[in-house]
Structure formats: C-alpha cells, structure tokens
Design a protein around this ligand. Structure first.
Ligand SMILES: Cc1cc2nc3c(=O)[nH]c(=O)nc-3n(C[C@H](O)[C@H](O)[C@H](O)COP(=O)(O)OP(=O)(O)OC[C@H]3O[C@@H](n4cnc5c(N)ncnc54)[C@H](O)[C@@H]3O)c2cc1C
Length: 425
C-alpha cells in the first residue's frame, strides 16, 4: 500500500489525459498487478491485487483500463503466448491503448462451447475465418478479439479448436450491436466473411485452443467468485481502446464525485438497503411477507460478501476452495432474482413501466411518479444477465456435481466422436 501510495503521489495529476495516466499505471505494473513480473504485472495474488484496486480508488485517481483485455486476454496471453506475443499485445492492454472482446459464444454454442462451428482455414501465413459469434460484450468498441475457431473438424470437438488474437478493424468482420431489453447495447453479434488473422497471432498451438480457452474461462470464473468484477465507485467510467475516444480526454472528465467514492461497497452485491427504503416509501415495511423477503435478501447479500472474503483469505494463503467461485455465482444469481421480484412487487402496476431515455423518463415522472421506481425496473431488467453469462446456473451446478462432488457425467458422452460426425438437429 505504501509503495503504491507513494507512486501515485509522484505520478498522478489531474492535468493528464486518460491515455497518459494509463500509460504510467500500466507500464509501472499497477494496472494488472496479478500478471507475472515479466508481463507488465507484479506477480501479486488475487487478494493483493484487490488491495491495489482499493488503494487506487481511495487515492481519488481513475482506476485501471478495465475491460475484457485486462480481465481475460492479458492473463491468457501471459500464460500461453510466446515472449514476442506478450510484448506485442500486453502493453497495449495494460495501458488501455487497445480494447478487446471475447469471441467465444455462437448461436449454436454457448453452454456447449466446444461445439462451436466458426471455422478458420490455413492460407499460407494466415488463417481465413468464416462464421458467426453472438453475445459479444463490447464488440462495437473492440480493437482485437479473443477468437475461438474450429481448425480441424475431423477430430473430437475439444481437440480441433484454436485460440487467435483477431484484428477487429477489417472488411471481413461485421459487428452488429444488439439492443437489450434494458435499453443498453452492451453486446453485439459478429459475422466473419473471409476475415483474416495471421498465424503469428495464434496463441498456443493449432488445435490446442481448448486448453488455452480454459485459462480464459478459469480467470473469468475466478473473478466472479471473488467479487472481482464489481465497480468500486460511481461516476463515468473511461473505456479503453481506440474506438471509444476516451484516451485523449482529460482524466478530470472521469473522476467520481467525492460522495460516490466508496471502497467499502466491495463485495456487496445485494441492494437490500435500496429495497428496505422502497418498502418504507410504499408503506409496506411492516408487511410480514415483505419483511421476510427483505431478510432473505440481506442474508443472500451477506452470503455473497462472506463467500468472497473466505475465498480471498484462502487464496491469500495459496489455497483454494473447490467450487466456491461457482457457488458464489449461484448465490449472486438468487440474490438478483429476489431483488427483481421484490422490487417489482413493491412497485405494483408502476413496475410494468420503464423509460429508456430522458424524454421517456420525464414523461413517466409526470404521469406515474414513484421514488426508486426507475432503479427498481432497471435492476429487474438487468437481473437476467448474471445467471447466464460466464456459464448459466445449470452449468454451474453441473460443474459442482461432476468436478467437485465427483458425481457421474451425464449419459451419452460424445467427447470421443469427431466434430464432423456429431449428430445435429
Ligand atoms: C450479459 C451477457 C454478456 C455475455 N458476454 C459474452 C461475451 O463477451 N463473449 C462471449 O463469447 N459470450 C458472452 N455471453 C454468452 C454466454 O456465455 C452464454 O449466453 C452462455 O454461456 C449460455 O449459452 P447460450 O446463451 O447459448 O444458452 P444455451 O447453452 O443454449 O442454454 C439454454 C438453456 O439450456 C440450459 N442448458 C444447456 N446445457 C445444459 C446442460 N448440459 N445441463 C443443463 N442445462 C443446460 C442452460 O442452462 C440454459 O438455461 C454473454 C451472455 C450474457 C447474458
């Protein structure tokens, strides 16, 4: 903490641009401190990295260039890339110069990710990619994509996949943003028509991409279990990469107001406080059924926090709690669903209305005012996301059953059948 605080004192200035600040933060190893020392990190544990994140938040600076590049691509490339690939990709990630997306899921391959059918065929020093991805978070802002493609259909599905660092800005890549029911466009569908990726952008050996992808997925799940993906502070957030256009803007534009700086919110995923206030505002706080559910919401929130703390403490000692990340995600999903249902119940008929822009909000406030209504309907609409991404609830339970409890796999194991001979509907 002392070393970082001293470093911030010597390097932070509100006169900097976002790009200049991230350049200093990233090259000093503070943006992604969990990366190895030789790969722009400091070799810190997850617990220590969280301390770094909190310390940075407490100093009133803007945080690291968080995105899928920092969270997923950098650790994967650090683990499986050559030294030259680490030099080529990781500096731009830790300094926010490049933004990444994760091109894994497809219309026919989500839970069964190894069943993906986007193809990459070798053409000299390059690979030519055809196919489609979907659910690509931040696809519209991405400079590079972590692409999983099938490079050999004649071997079992897990054995014919390759992991590539695909340049997104090329004619063969068509990114079409999708509008969610929340009103936001957080993800896109991405089409590849003769898209090209150089062979030297292949991370790991050809057809060994499943092993590489498992590192990406493990980092993703570990972050979820430890509460690592939560935003610490309010205020506008700077987005890395060349597309968002934030790098040349002054850091001042992205500073949170002092009252929204709250490092102590870490780990608190349950908005029980919000629901208690909503129940009071609606005159329902003495209703025994409502009180029961408020208590459940509080308990789930505490479970999330304690699970994260337990995992962090065990990991700080070099250990692990098998299945804890999966369990934590399941508890968070329950908590979000309960928050959604309780919020909507408290709102009554007002809960069926949601505004998507300022004009709509003004109209709604005039026609059907309701304190906390907009936050409750926003929470309700977003509650569906976490139980799906990073592996659905059912998949988390399958993992717990098979890998932690040692229960037998589902019948009809096709893992030895070549991909090209798999039955299809
Ligand atoms: C907000 C959000 C962001 C996302 N961002 C990305 C991203 O950036 N990049 C990316 O690649 N993907 C992303 N995803 C995709 C996500 O990983 C997939 O949606 C998820 O893996 C589920 O796949 P699917 O949607 O194809 O559902 P399916 O796999 O078709 O599942 C449909 C239903 O069947 C159930 N099911 C499937 N298989 C089994 C089984 N064996 N046992 C029991 N039940 C089963 C599932 O639980 C689910 O209820 C994102 C998803 C969301 C919601």
């Amino acid at each position: 903490v002392d070393e970082l605080t001293e470093w911030v004192e010597g390097n932070w200035s509100e006169a900097l641009t976002v790009g200049e600040w991230w350049d200093r933060l990233g090259t000093a190893g503070w943006a992604a401190p969990m990366l190895p020392v030789g790969a722009y990190g400091r070799g810190l544990s997850q617990a220590e990295a969280l301390v770094v994140r909190h310390t940075l938040a407490a100093t009133g600076t803007i945080g690291a260039p968080v995105g899928l590049g920092l969270l997923l691509a950098a650790p994967t490339i650090a683990a499986h890339g050559t030294d030259e690939q680490v030099e080529r990709y990781v500096p731009d990630i830790v300094t926010g110069r490049a933004s990444w997306c994760q091109l894994f899921s497809e219309p026919g391959a989500g839970s069964d990710l190894a069943g993906l059918s986007t193809r990459a065929a070798r053409d000299g020093d390059e690979w030519v990619v055809q196919g489609q991805k979907v659910w690509t978070s931040g696809g519209q802002y991405a400079d590079l994509g972590m692409l999983l493609a099938r490079t050999n259909p004649d071997v079992p599905k897990h054995k014919g996949i390759t992991w590539f660092a695909l340049p997104m800005h090329q004619d063969g890549v068509d990114v079409r943003p999708l509008r969610e029911m929340t009103g936001a466009t957080r993800f896109s569908e991405v089409f590849f028509t003769d898209a090209r990726v150089a062979d030297d952008a292949r991370i790991g050996a050809a057809n060994d991409g499943w092993r590489v992808a498992n590192t990406t997925l493990a980092v993703e799940r570990a972050g979820m279990g430890a509460g690592g993906n939560q935003q610490l502070r309010g205020g506008p957030v700077a987005v890395p990469g060349t597309v968002a256009g934030h790098l040349d803007r002054p850091v001042r534009d992205f500073l949170a107001a002092p009252e929204t700086r709250s490092p102590s919110t870490e780990g608190r995923t349950t908005p029980a406080r919000f629901h208690v206030d909503l129940a009071k505002a609606k005159g329902r706080s003495q209703d025994p059924r409502v009180r029961q559910r408020l208590a459940q919401l509080h308990v789930l929130g505490e479970l999330c926090r304690l699970n994260a703390e337990r995992l962090r403490a065990v990991r700080a000692g070099g250990g692990d709690v098998p299945g804890m990340a999966n369990l934590s995600k399941l508890v968070m999903a329950d908590s979000l669903r309960l928050g959604r249902d309780l919020g909507l119940e408290l709102l009554g008929a007002r809960g069926t209305l949601h505004a998507y822009d300022d004009e709509g909000r003004a109209g709604l406030a005039a026609a059907a005012p309701g304190r906390g209504a907009e936050e409750a309907t926003s929470l309700a609409l977003f509650a569906q996301a976490l139980p799906i991404f990073g592996g659905t609830d059912q998949i988390q339970r399958n993992i717990l059953a098979e890998r932690v409890l040692g229960l037998p796999k589902e019948p009809g194991d096709l893992s030895g059948v070549p991909f090209s001979q798999l039955p299809r509907s």
